[in-house]
Design a protein around this ligand. Structure first.
Ligand code: T3D
Length: 259
């Protein structure tokens, strides 16, 4: 489900949950544990988070979400146990964290990638917000991190339309720091990670603290509010339509039953 490797001071975490590295409860817990290891391991000076196969992560496992929706679970509680601590962990980790986007990323996977310090990507990496298509509002920190990175106008456009943003456009917007061609992706990512691993780790940690304080002082509150909002979205017919449309491999019809 997840692999870790420590080499040359670089702690690599590979999401390995075929076919699309979707996050279920077990993968979320495994990633939380791996990040704790990365924080505690003195030899680990840089963390690289990537995906096995051709997808970084398709976000929340929607088959698991359907079970939760049918059982009428609290989405707020679910977020409090899964993505909220994960996003806070990534921002609090006093070491550089690079999201190495080996392919498309969506939904909660996007939130995880945005909480990392840097994003590098293959040219085929498309970024999809995902939440509105499911009748949900952005969570996993996306409500704050996405507008913080690209501005409210662009964030609103790609959230409402749900159009996948190609790597090139995401790079122009500053959402992706570097694009590395597929055949050089692993080597270039490693080179960047090793370069950072030679740097002043204590100062990196202080820099993250300063950036968090300056730009994301309300992150914990935003995550909590996302849970509140998602609790409102969960019982709404739009969520059921979005979820069933995905699972039935059709486009959602949000006008259904509304005339
Ligand atoms: O809990 C919370 O409140 C957190 C909320 C989070 C919200 C989300 O994360 S919403 C999820 C947003 N994700 C998406 O919208 C992504 C949907 N998936 C895709 O766009 C594509 O699958 C990919 C671009 C990621 C990959 O495309 P491709 O062509 O390589 O693969 P595929 O054929 O689309 O998918 C392969 C299989 O994975 C397929 O199942 P099948 O036909 O083989 O049985 C597909 O249904 C399944 N799959 C894709 N995404 C998910 C998924 N299964 C469960 N959950 C998924 N998110």
């Amino acid at each position: 489900m997840l692999k870790t490797r420590l080499e040359n001071h670089v702690f690599t975490i590979t999401l390995d949950h075929p076919p699309v590295n979707a996050f279920n409860a077990a993968l979320t817990r495994a990633l939380q544990k791996a990040l704790r290891q990365a924080a505690a391991e003195a030899q680990a000076r840089v963390v690289v988070l990537t995906g096995a196969g051709k997808v970084f992560s398709a976000g929340q496992d929607l088959t698991e979400m359907q079970q939760g929706a049918e059982a009428e679970i609290s989405y707020r509680k679910h977020l409090q146990e899964t993505y909220n601590p994960l996003i806070l962990q990534l921002r609090a980790l006093p070491k550089p964290v690079i999201a190495a986007l080996n392919g498309p990323v969506a939904g909660a996977g996007l939130g995880v990638a945005l909480a990392c310090d840097l994003r590098v990507a293959v040219p085929e990496a498309r970024l999809t917000v995902g939440f509105n298509a499911l009748g949900l509002a952005p969570d996993s920190g996306v409500s704050l991190l996405l507008p913080a990175l690209i501005g409210l106008g662009r964030a609103t456009e790609i959230t409402f339309t749900n159009r996948p943003v190609e790597a090139e456009e995401a790079h122009r917007w500053g959402l992706i720091n570097r694009i590395f061609p597929g055949e050089r992706f692993a080597a270039e990512t490693e080179q960047l990670a090793r370069q950072l691993a030679q740097g002043p780790l204590h100062a990196y940690g202080l820099t993250k603290r300063a950036f968090n304080r300056a730009v994301l002082p309300n992150l914990a509150a935003a995550l909590d509010y996302e849970g509140h909002i998602q609790e409102i979205a969960r019982p709404h017919p739009e969520h059921y339509e979005g979820l069933h449309a995905f699972l039935e491999k059709r486009s959602p019809d949000f006008l259904r039953g509304r005339q």
